[in-house]
Write a protein that binds this ligand. Structure first.
Ligand SMILES: CC(C)(COP(=O)(O)OP(=O)(O)OC[C@H]1O[C@@H](n2cnc3c(N)ncnc32)[C@H](O[C@H]2O[C@H](COP(=O)(O)OP(=O)(O)OP(=O)(O)O)[C@@H](O)[C@H]2O)[C@@H]1O)[C@@H](O)C(=O)NCCC(=O)NCCS
Ligand SMILES: Nc1ncnc2[nH]cnc12
Length: 279
């Protein structure tokens, strides 16, 4: 039986809400903190999610038709506009609109073909079906004078960023975020601690274009080292993990660093962790 696009879309929104509501997160917006941001808070994220509630079911529905990338992009661009209207021009979920939009479309497509919804299969579908077109778009926009932060740091530092991650089938979420999340969930039964561990595991391993944008190579390497240090002493299994995470948050805020790419991929991880439960 095909999974209703509405259920896929609800899972995407729930995953993004869980990411925003999670605390403590280094430099990121949480319910009680604006992290390293001066233009948004938790309410901005909730407004943004409200504006996106119809987008994820719509793109899952679009996926049923096995489309090329262009119709998905049109939905994504319209969703970005709604997000910007709802937030007063602030980029809360640009990466998530792209990443989770593609994953919702792939989930819709897999469900329509009757294949089992499973994290690796959904990611593979994104790569096989749209990876080439995503990379072609990246090549075209690098040649033009496009000015997104992601493209600027891609040119300046030669890193991949959101498009390469999606085109490759989300290896960071599948190989870093998801195993960390599942291991801690199995060991503790605590989904909040599992999500924190997944976030730090992503931060330690990812070339996060937001860290590069805010802090250059030094900022990226500082963020990755602190995250790796958190994991090396036991991560969320250490008794003082919360105080350690709060100290890292303070260090990020002092340097105005924010790991927005890792936060987006935590949203992806939380989606993938539950996608096989949809039917
Ligand atoms: C395809 C796009 C996503 C193009 O992205 P591009 O490469 O051009 O870069 P950006 O537009 O800058 O956005 C990419 C966002 O992806 C997140 N991200 C970063 N690194 C990674 C990574 N390694 N893997 C996955 N995802 C990553 C990140 O999102 C977060 O950052 C937001 C804040 O960003 P920004 O405003 O730039 O930074 P600030 O520091 O806050 O700015 P200042 O305060 O200094 O001004 C945060 O909210 C997270 O969302 C990157 O931002 C896309 O742009 C595109 O083509 N869109 C069209 C729609 C579309 O195609 N949709 C497809 C539908 S399927
Ligand atoms: N919680 C968060 N804070 C700041 N930027 C983000 N991008 C995605 N989630 C975020």
């Amino acid at each position: 039986m095909a999974v209703a696009p509405a259920r896929i879309g609800r899972l995407a929104i729930r995953s993004l809400y869980r990411e925003a509501a999670l605390a403590p997160k280094p430099g990121l917006v949480c319910p009680d903190s604006v992290g390293s941001h001066d233009d948004m808070d938790f309410v901005t994220f909730v407004r943004s999610l409200h504006a996106l509630r119809d987008y994820f079911p719509a793109i899952a529905e679009c996926g049923l038709q096995a489309p090329a990338l262009a119709p998905l992009q049109a939905l994504g661009i319209a969703a970005e506009q709604r997000m910007l209207t709802a937030t007063g021009g602030v980029n809360t979920h640009r990466g998530a609109i792209f990443n989770l939009g593609l994953l919702c479309a792939a989930s819709g497509l897999l469900a329509a073909t009757g294949e089992k919804l499973e994290a690796a299969a959904v990611c593979r579908m994104v790569s096989e079906r749209w990876g080439r077109e995503i990379l072609d778009g990246l090549a075209a926009s690098t040649a033009a004078d496009a000015a997104s932060h992601g493209l600027i740091v891609a040119r300046r530092y030669g890193c991949g960023g959101a498009r390469q991650e999606a085109a490759a089938g989300f290896p960071a979420a599948l190989e870093l975020g998801l195993p960390a999340y599942r291991r801690i969930l199995t060991e503790t039964g605590d989904s909040e601690r599992a999500a924190i561990q997944a976030l730090f595991t992503l931060m330690a391993g990812l070339d996060d274009s937001n860290l590069l944008w805010r802090g250059g190579r030094q900022g990226l390497s500082f963020g990755r080292q602190l995250a790796a240090g958190f994991l090396a002493v036991g991560g969320v299994l250490a008794t003082d993990w919360r105080a350690h995470a709060v100290a890292i948050d303070r260090a990020f805020v002092a340097r105005r660093l924010s790991p927005g790419g890792s936060a987006d991929l935590l949203g992806v991880t939380l989606f993938l962790a539950e996608v096989d439960g949809l039917y």
